[in-house]
Ligand binder design. Structure first.
Ligand code: IPE
Ligand code: IPE
Ligand code: MG
Length: 240
């Protein structure tokens, strides 16, 4: 494979992996088969982004709204997640990749919680690369949670109301250690953010691709990166 180089540096890419169910249905397979194949794509994307030196990945794996799905599908999703960490944890360690979770994992099955906690614990001192997996995550919930944490700190006198601004507010978000998100990609053709990282996406470039996640290979990602390179990020300013 020809070596790919980023013409514009990217620190952080976020993915809404979507379309697993539809992808499987089109193949006359159960929706959960799509989730299984999805895990293969996740690790391929992790490997590829490591190769091209992207510093952080955020991946939407289970939203606060996904509890509305049938229990069988939810159970399988968590089972595949457990298998994912069991199978690939050594690779994350080799990459010196810190695994973090955004979302409230206390509502997840106990076995899943243990496996996820272990992955966080083993990788906690790494800084070269960050894998942020969003589990039982909702953007609105995260913002309300951050407000409550900031309020606690004010009440306890750790900070004053004056200390709170857009730089310090970041400290109360799950993503406090992560760089700004340069690019957000949603697969499957849906054009919405479905309660994903609403605060963090303020100035992110968005790409919506029709490809469903189980078909989203590093080759497809390269096409998105080429598209990203054509974007003119002005951040409200104007260019001469
Ligand atoms: C994304 O695929 C995975 C999760 C939301 C967990 P979907 O399961 O949403 O697949 P579609 O969108 O129904 O095809
Ligand atoms: C968003 O996808 C959540 C994840 C990818 C984990 P959904 O498939 O749940 O989103 P909607 O319901 O189509 O907006
Ligand atoms: Mg979906």
């Amino acid at each position: 494979m020809e070596k790919f180089e980023l013409k514009k540096p990217i620190n952080h890419i976020a993915f809404i992996m979507d379309g697993n169910g539809r992808w499987a249905k089109r193949r006359m397979m159960p929706r959960t088969y799509g989730h299984k194949v999805a895990c293969k794509r996740i690790i391929e994307i992790v490997r590829f982004l490591k190769e091209i030196n992207v510093k952080a990945i955020s991946l939407y794996a289970f939203s606060t709204e996904n509890w509305n799905r049938p229990k069988d599908e939810i159970d399988k999703l968590f089972e595949y997640l457990e298998e994912f960490f069991d199978e690939y944890i050594q690779e994350f360690i080799n990459y010196k990749c810190k695994i973090i979770v955004s979302g409230d994992i206390s509502k997840l099955p106990e076995k899943t919680q243990k496996i996820v906690q272990k992955a966080i614990e083993i990788t906690k001192d790494f800084h070269d690369y960050i894998f942020n997996i969003c589990l039982n995550y909702g953007g609105r919930q995260e913002i309300v949670r951050a407000c409550k944490l900031a309020y606690e700190d004010i009440k306890e006198g750790k900070i004053t109301e004056k200390d709170l601004n857009i730089d310090t507010f970041k400290n109360y978000l799950y993503t406090h250690d992560l760089p700004e998100i340069d690019l957000m990609i949603r697969t499957s053709g849906e054009q919405r953010i479905s309660n994903f990282l609403m605060y963090q996406l303020a100035y992110t470039e968005f790409i919506f691709t029709k490809t469903c996640w189980p078909d989203f290979t590093p080759e497809k990602l390269k096409e998105c990166l080429k598209e990203y390179e054509t974007r003119d990020r002005r951040f409200g300013a104007i260019k001469e």
